[in-house]
Each structure stands twice: as C-alpha cells, then as structure tokens.
Design a protein around this ligand. Structure first.
Ligand code: IPM
Ligand code: MG
Length: 359
C-alpha cells in the first residue's frame, strides 16, 4: 500500500524520538511490503527560527495532504521570552485547530514489565486501562483572552458550544461500547457555568443515544484524587481541553513515565496527528537519554487509526513488548539497579524486533 506520512520532529528531544519512529516505519514497510513516503517539515521553535512562524504554510499544506502526521514535541527555553511575538506552542495549537483535530485520545495502560517504574504501589495499578478523550480545539485554550495595557490584569475565557460537547462525547461513548462500556465525564459543574453546559449536553447525548453505556460524572478535583486512589475503576474518560491536559499528565505516573505514552488527535476529515504526550524536555535534549517508545507507540496508533493497518500496528506494539521483555530500559523507566540504554539503541531494538517477529 502507498501512504504518505509527514514527520514533524519539532524541538528539544523531538528530533531524536522522531528519528526512532522513522526506523519503526521503515521496518514496518519492509516486513509488510508497503511503500511509505516520508516527508519532514518544520513546526515550533525551529520553524520560528527558519520561517519566523511556528506553523509555516508549507508545513500546514504538507500535513493536509498527508495520510498521517507524526510529531515529536515543540518548545524550549530559547523561545520562552514573554515579549516574543509568537511561541512554539502556538504552532501546535494552530495545527490542531487548522486540521480540526477535536478529539485527543490518550490511552493509559501500564506495561507489566514496568510495574516497578511507577511511583504507585503495584496493587493500585494492577488492571489499569483508561482511555482519555480530551477535547482539543475548544475550551480555555481557544477562548477570548487579553491582557490590560498596563499588564496588571489578564483574562482567558473557557467557552464551549453544544456541538463541541456533543461530538466528543459521541466518540468517547462509541469507544466505551467497544471496551468495558463505561464512560466517565469530568467537569467542574459545581462552579463553572461552562461545565454546567458540558454536563447537561453530555447527559442528554448519553440518555438519548447511548442508554446502554454505563455513564457517570465526576468533578475534576475529585477526579485528580480518584486517579491515584482507584485508577483501575475507570474505562473511558471524556473531558475538556484544560482538564484533560492536566489529568493526563497526572495519569502518566500510573505507567511510571511520560516516556511511554502515545496520543492520537483526530477530527472528522483531515489526517490524524500522532505524538507522544511528553514535551520537548530541553534539559535532556541531544544527549541520547530520551525514551523513544511513546513516539513509536504513537506511530502504532497512526497505523491503526489513520492508515487502517491493524496488523502493522499490532506488530509495533508486540515489538515494544519484546524489547521490554528483553530488559531494555531508557533512564526514565529504569529502576536503580537496571542498566540503561540510549534513545537510538532502544529504537534500533524495536526495528530489529519488528523485522524478526516471534514465531
Ligand atoms: C500537551 C501539551 C500541549 C498542550 C502544549 C505543548 C501546548 O502540554 O499536548 O498536552 O497544552 O496541549
Ligand atoms: Mg500537556
């Protein structure tokens, strides 16, 4: 099959982890006889340096005509000047918005080999398998905002329209049906008007269209607690942009490292965007310390959700399991007495495992 994939390495450790994802894609192409056309484009800080724009038109155009887009990470101290015209993050937010990627899927499933990498007790994380649906193109990230002329007051507004809540709740409820049939919606309806709208709309969609799905609502502050106290009791979780951003970083500690978690951003028509949940980690950039597995697992999600290659996606996930079984650990997932491998060693091992699957 012929497919085009755009790679957006981005900043910090982004280029290092995307280079390993590229090896994964090449290994899959070889094993399954596919023809993938890979194209690299600028996004984020490097795009500001090169084009004066964190989301250059050439990048956007390439993404629009691709079958899938794989991103490393954007941002870093070099572009952190509060007085700068633009920021790397604006490139990522703009890309999500332009491609209409309103649903961000973040699966949280600890690997059994890494139970000791989690700061939580093994009995708490046993059986954890959560799929977050984070609304990605609305809410406070995209509401009106301003700062007063004298710089002493600022405001950012959280806005949700009925259609935005309906479409993400529908996707999440459909996913729940295919899993454990349990959906939890998270809001702050005891305080925020916008959350009361969210709760009303979500409740109506569930009652009218998904009466067979077990549905509950949880306030976001309580959810922060429950995710630590009883994470195994959740199945699919749907929430707004900001709450989802925070709760998924918190949840990353269940599997033990942000370095293991992929995410998929999808919309109605445009190609999906696949990325690790972690950021650009400028403190470890360029040192071969980054864990490429989140980006490699994001590549598996791209194969599954955008390229309709389930067997290929499963082959990537099997290979990741295999290298973990073989004891390969980057520094973020190694316990004190375990030997540590570099970013490239980990990526090479996954590519090799794809090429020689277990028989
Ligand atoms: C994420 C990140 C982004 C976000 C940043 C880099 C803009 O934290 O994808 O979770 O806040 O959405
Ligand atoms: Mg985040």
């Amino acid at each position: 099959m012929h497919k085009s994939i755009v790679l957006l390495p981005g900043d910090g450790i982004g280029p290092e982890v995307v280079a390993e994802a590229r090896k994964t894609i090449t290994a899959i192409a070889q094993r399954f006889g596919h023809d993938f056309v890979l194209e690299e484009r600028a996004l984020g800080g490097n795009a500001i340096d090169e084009f004066g724009d964190p989301l250059p038109q050439s990048t956007l155009a390439a993404c629009r005509s691709a079958d899938a887009v794989i991103l490393g990470a954007v941002g870093g101290p070099k572009w952190d000047d509060p007085n700068a015209k633009t920021r790397p993050e604006a490139g990522l937010l703009g890309l999500r918005k332009e491609l209409g990627l309103f649903a961000n899927l973040r699966p949280i499933r600890p690997h059994r080999q890494l139970i000791d990498a989690s700061p939580l007790r093994p009995d708490l994380i046993a059986g954890v398998d959560i799929l977050f649906f984070r609304e990605l193109t609305g809410g406070i990230y995209f509401g009106p905002s301003s700062v007063s002329n004298d710089g002493t007051t600022a405001h950012s507004e959280m806005v949700y329209h009925t259609y935005e809540v309906e479409r993400i709740v529908r996707l999440a409820a459909e996913a729940a049906r295919a899993r454990d049939n349990h959906l939890t919606s998270v809001d702050k309806a005891n305080v925020l008007e916008v959350s009361r709208l969210w709760r009303r709309v979500a409740g109506r969609v569930m009652a009218e269209e998904f009466p067979d799905v077990n549905y509950d609502v949880v306030l976001v502050d309580a959810m922060a607690m429950h995710l630590i106290a009883r994470p195994a009791s959740f199945d699919v979780v749907v929430t707004g942009n900001l709450f989802g951003d925070i709760l998924t970083d918190e949840s990353s500690m269940l599997p033990g490292s942000l370095g293991m978690l992929p995410s998929a951003s999808i919309g109605e028509t445009e190609p999906g965007l696949y990325e690790p949940i972690h950021g650009s980690a400028p403190d470890i950039a360029g040192r071969g310390l980054a864990n490429p597995l989140a980006t490699i697992l994001a590549t598996a999600m791209a194969l599954r959700h955008s390229l309709e290659m389930e067997r290929e996606a499963a082959a990537v996930e099997t290979a990741v399991n295999q290298v973990l079984d073989d004891g390969l650990r980057t520094t973020d997932i190694a316990t004190a007495d375990e030997a540590v491998v570099s970013t490239t060693t980990m990526g090479d091992a996954v590519a090799t495992a794809i090429g020689s699957p277990p028989t």
